[in-house]
Design a protein around this ligand. Structure first.
Ligand SMILES: [Zn+2]
Length: 291
């Protein structure tokens, strides 16, 4: 007889005693066994927070990728891509507006001192009483009616425009574009609009402003352009002197100040640049051509 002890069921090897038998007593599950101990509102907010964090992370990554990629796009390609682009929130004055025409002519004259500029600069005047000026993709310069109301000589306006040209020169204007695109994309998805009609808003792009260093580099370029045009830098910072002395009611209408350095500091910095480079602070003032 072969040994097959390992096949012998354990229970048959010894008699089952009464204490070995565990009786199954059916019990009702405790109340709410399928309900988490965490309050549903807390669970929902954890979920929302998690999704928000994921969304923000993806958005930041997208912004980063777009902004890095844009630095590798040549300015000529950027100019072609955005040749006819207009920000969605622009309320442009009529194309026949005299101040628009004169500002365009002034930009063209100033830009002529920038040899081989890759942009064909386009000026648009926004019908807003808030004084502001901005550089946007493709060589688009927006000035507001509010800004044109503020300037008292062509020399004042020329410096503001020259400064914006400086942002193009350093390609600062691309810095916030990724953010503008991503914000627009987000609202397009939320509102279910057609992505093809992606409306990028100027305010999304320019809200953040530039770094102090970018601003002072743009100021240097702007002042150089003004000197090249007029042979002196008189009145280049006159507008900022007035704004520096403006009261808070007046300042509330100067949105330019929220995206640019303090006007008083700029007056001093511009004077220092003029002194350093030997650019005269005296010379004839050119009146505005629409007065
Ligand atoms: Zn600036």
């Amino acid at each position: 007889m072969s040994k097959c002890w390992h096949l012998v069921p354990r229970s048959s090897s010894r008699a089952a005693s009464a204490k070995d038998i565990v009786r199954f007593i059916p019990k009702k599950p405790r109340e709410g066994i399928n309900v988490s101990d965490v309050h549903p509102l807390a669970e929902a907010s954890t979920l929302i927070l998690g999704l928000t964090a994921i969304f923000v992370a993806v958005a930041l990554l997208l912004i980063f990728i777009i902004e890095v990629a844009l630095y590798f796009v040549p300015a000529t390609t950027e100019a072609e891509l955005f040749a006819d682009w207009m920000p969605e929130d622009l309320i442009a004055v009529s194309p026949g507006d005299n101040r628009l025409h004169q500002t365009q002519l002034l930009v063209d004259r100033l830009a002529s001192h920038w040899a081989k500029a890759p942009y064909k600069f386009r000026v648009e005047v926004d019908d807003s009483e808030m004084a502001n000026a901005m550089a946007l993709p493709g060589g688009l310069i927006i000035v507001t009616q509010g800004l044109l109301d503020e300037v008292e000589s062509e020399n004042e306006l020329a410096f503001v425009l020259g400064h914006e040209l400086g942002h193009f020169r350093n390609r600062d204007h691309l810095r916030a574009l990724g953010r503008g695109i991503v914000i627009s994309l987000f609202f397009t998805v939320i509102t279910g609009n057609d992505v093809a009609g992606l409306g990028i808003k100027a305010t999304d792009i320019t809200l953040r402003g530039f770094s102090r260093k970018q601003e002072s580099k743009a100021d240097e370029f702007g002042l150089a352009v003004v000197y090249a045009e007029y042979g002196h830098v008189r009145e280049a910072s006159r507008l900022f002197e007035r704004w520096d002395n403006a009261d808070s009611n007046k300042r509330a209408f100067i949105s330019y100040l929220s995206t640019h350095p303090q006007p008083g500091d700029r007056v001093d910095d511009l004077q220092a640049i003029a002194d350093r480079d030997g650019w005269p602070s005296d010379g004839p003032i050119t009146p505005l051509r629409w007065n």
